[in-house]
Design a binder for this molecule. Structure first.
Ligand SMILES: O=C(O)CCC(=O)C(=O)O
Length: 270
């Protein structure tokens, strides 16, 4: 992480990395997601005349379904950042891909983990959950932008009730205007929520969520034995595979123990 990225993450709880995927790579991922979505949704009314979905489609665990998604697990645009935010060898908590056509329901504001899930100790980040949202289409206002409240990963007071309903606007919220190929890396302790898609464009994106080695994947997201056995190096560890002894002795365990210890200290002080 650069000094600017460290400063921004501590200040706001998130970072945007532009051009993490090239135009061609973003296109390849989009095409793969449409292909998997077509395999799952085969009824004629699942797709409109333009070949766009007529409802929100989630592709569950894409890493199990096509090898290119595995490259996202330890992608060089995010891995060194995750290693500073989460741990030297994070665990993949869940992974999904999504096609989101026009819809009018705003997501309610939420956090994947409370504010105890973000801490900084002696200049090191200690994050219990960090999610990467990979945007594969350009997303502007009205096109289902992610909403986030910068700094809310540290805010211990209840947020004021949003105007209108639970999904309404919150003071300080920003809407992220992104180009295809951008990845958002955020602490799940930040208040965040999807917005409505008022446009005729389908939003295409992937979610990859990480935690330190002592957390478990969400129910139903534990990577298959096949994937773990085929993977090597850091990817194998992120998928939940065993760490080689040599690597463990050198850095992984030391780091995890330090972080686990620091985390326990925080919990004890709450
Ligand atoms: O899709 C989005 O823009 C928001 C995602 C979200 O709220 C979540 O992953 O928890």
């Amino acid at each position: 992480m650069t000094e600017a990225q460290r400063f921004l993450f501590e200040l706001q709880g998130y970072l945007l990395v532009e051009d993490a995927l090239s135009t061609e790579e973003a296109r390849d991922y989009r095409e793969a997601i449409y292909r998997l979505a077509h395999e799952k949704y085969t009824a004629p009314d699942d797709w409109d005349d333009r070949g766009e979905p007529t409802q929100i489609i989630s592709v569950h665990r894409p890493i199990e379904k096509a090898p290119l998604f595995l490259d996202i697990v330890d992608h060089p645009a995010v891995l060194p950042i995750l290693q500073q935010l989460v741990s030297e060898s994070p665990i993949l908590i869940d992974n999904n891909a999504q096609l989101t056509p026009r819809h009018s329901s705003r997501q309610g504001w939420h956090r994947g983990v409370g504010t105890h899930g973000y801490w900084m100790e002696n200049g090191s980040f200690i994050c219990a959950m960090v999610k990467c949202i990979w945007y594969l289409s350009d997303i502007r206002k009205g096109e289902n932008p992610t909403r986030i409240v910068p700094g809310s990963h540290k805010s211990r007071i209840p947020e004021p009730p949003p105007a209108g309903d639970r999904a309404g606007c919150l003071p300080g919220q920003v809407e992220l205007d992104v180009r295809a190929g951008t990845v958002l890396i955020f602490s799940e302790a930040c208040l965040h929520a999807g917005n409505i898609n008022e446009s005729d464009k389908t939003r295409v994106n992937m979610y990859f969520n990480y935690g330190p080695r002592w957390v478990q994947p969400w129910e139903g997201y534990r990577p298959s034995e096949r994937l773990v056995n085929e993977a090597v190096g850091i990817r194998r560890q992120i998928l939940g595979g065993a760490v080689s002894t040599a690597h463990r002795k050198k850095k992984v365990c030391g780091n995890i123990n330090e972080r686990t210890f620091a985390y326990r200290k925080i919990l004890n002080n709450l």
